[in-house]
Ligand binder design. Structure first.
Ligand SMILES: *Cc1c(COP(=O)(O)O)cnc(C)c1O
Length: 469
């Protein structure tokens, strides 16, 4: 008891901690935040004394060091850059598509000041903000007009509410997609004010199933791309051309939710075929919609393409005003779309395409170099191996398609793999890797060029904390 009283009396005071050089040296710290950190560090010390735990250093220097650490943590942005060594290219938890340099520059250009977002530079009149991307989308896909909203989920609601409110939307039972979270086709259709008419079976839907479902209440035949799953075996869906023909025969509209939204034929890049936007519009779909941050590799948004008259009606829908995107999104989208004008340089300049098309050999070379550096940094209680594996596209795109890759496998004699992975995540910048069979596994396919230095430092720190106790 007496010990406690003495220890509590010897605790450094908050103002002493605040004035300590370790605290002063933290740059650009608002006084109120520094004060909070100093108070927390002193309080932590008090709790330790009261808790009667093993003796800890509660000298002024030690408490100030802890306060400075807390202060730095408070000053750090919550949303910040992270390293993705998981090999999942469109990782929703890590922000889906990394933006290309062209998109980053476009954002920087309009972020600081004003822009011609909705003002026509010729006439000075108001215009749709989508004009900045409409020409490019027309050229790249053959669409007449474009509407851009916050994401593809919002796009679905805007499209269905505008074209089919109070009426029926016909969807195949093989396309009742759940994307994750609360996005499920049946719910989205009712949220849009429409009624769902399900047709066919999970594995097979025929054109005659659609035909039988059409009534005087039907407004739209909705085709949804099976973006994040595959039905294999005895399975079939009618080709989009046939659904379009049937819709038009009955004066109905055919809407195609493409999900991942490939702008070109991915086979030209050695990837599997994915229904592309030009294919969908070429087949006659009245409206096609897709995400901006999946295979397109742009900012989060939902892109709606189709005939001018239909899209004008969407612009007039009050939902449009609640879902529309800001200037930063449009800037990044324009920057990204421009890259598609030159297919020769696309795989080099487009961050997602670069990751999708990186060969196992290229990745192996990077993996070997990193492994050698990690071995050197990790000492003889660290095992580092290089081995073959597969990367995933992720983000509900190219489901089931695995990209051959080469990974770096790390295991430590001192730190279990799960704990090592947790320390790497808690580091600065946070590093996300896989854990597989008692090892931390890093896939360089999704590690941006130049991030290797950060990985070497991060591993050193993650292991260092252990030897230090
Ligand atoms: C991903 C996806 C969506 C949702 O898109 P978000 O941009 O994530 O809102 C909707 N439909 C399909 C088919 C998808 O693949």
């Amino acid at each position: 008891m007496n010990d406690n009283t003495a220890a509590l009396r010897n605790l450094p005071r908050v103002d002493e901690v605040l004035a300590h050089r370790l605290m002063i040296s933290v740059e650009e710290a608002p006084r109120a935040v520094a004060l909070e950190a100093a108070r927390e560090a002193v309080e932590e010390g008090r709790q330790r004394v009261l808790g009667g735990k093993d003796p800890v250093d509660l000298s002024l220097g030690a408490v100030a060091a802890r306060a400075a650490e807390l202060l730095r943590r408070k000053l750090r942005h919550s949303l910040r850059r992270a390293i993705n060594a998981t090999g999942v290219i469109l990782h929703t938890g890590l922000g889906r598509a990394p933006l290309s340099e062209a998109a980053q520059n476009a954002i920087a250009d309009v972020a600081a000041g004003y822009s011609n977002l909705q003002a026509d530079v010729g006439s000075g009149e108001r215009m749709h903000r989508e004009v900045h991307v409409e020409g490019l989308l027309r050229q790249l896909t053959g669409a007449e007009a474009a509407v851009v909203v916050n994401n593809n989920a919002a796009a679905t609601v805007l499209v269905l509410n505008t074209l089919a409110a109070g009426r029926e939307v016909v969807v195949s039972r093989g396309e009742m997609v759940e994307i994750g979270g609360a996005f499920r086709i049946p719910e989205i259709i009712s949220l849009s004010g429409c009624r769902l008419a399900e047709v066919g079976c999970t594995n097979r839907t025929h054109l005659r199933d659609y035909r039988k479902a059409i009534t005087s209440d039907t407004a739209v035949l909705l085709v949804v791309h099976q973006s994040n799953y595959r039905i294999v075996g005895f399975a079939s869906q009618p080709p989009i051309e046939e659904v379009v023909a049937l819709a038009h025969e009955h004066d109905l509209l055919c809407v195609h939710d493409l999900g991942s939204g490939a702008l070109l034929d991915l086979r030209a890049f050695g990837l599997p075929h994915e229904p592309s936007v030009p294919e969908s519009l070429g087949a006659g779909a009245d409206v096609a919609l897709f995400s901006g941050d999946k295979l397109l590799g742009g900012p989060q948004c939902g892109i709606i393409l189709g005939r001018t008259a239909l899209l004008e009606a969407m612009h007039r829908n009050p939902y449009y005003r609640t879902f529309r995107v800001d200037k930063l999104t449009l800037a990044a989208l324009e920057g990204t779309l421009r890259l598609f004008l030159d297919q020769e340089t696309l795989a080099e300049k487009h961050a997602v395409m670069a990751m999708l098309t990186a060969s196992a050999e290229e990745i192996a070379a990077r993996a070997e170099t990193l492994a050698a550096r990690l071995r050197q940094a990790g000492g003889d209680r660290l095992q580092v191996a290089v081995e073959e594996s597969v990367s995933e596209v992720g983000g509900g795109s190219l489901a089931g398609h695995m990209l051959p890759t080469v990974v770096v496998r790390i295991s430590s004699d001192d730190v279990p793999a799960g704990e090592l992975a947790a320390r790497l995540r808690a580091g600065e910048p946070p590093l996300f890797a896989r854990v597989h069979k008692d090892a931390v596994v890093m896939d360089l396919r999704t590690v941006l060029p130049g991030e290797e230095d950060l990985i070497v430092t991060a591993l050193g720190r993650a292991l260092g904390r252990v030897t230090g106790g």
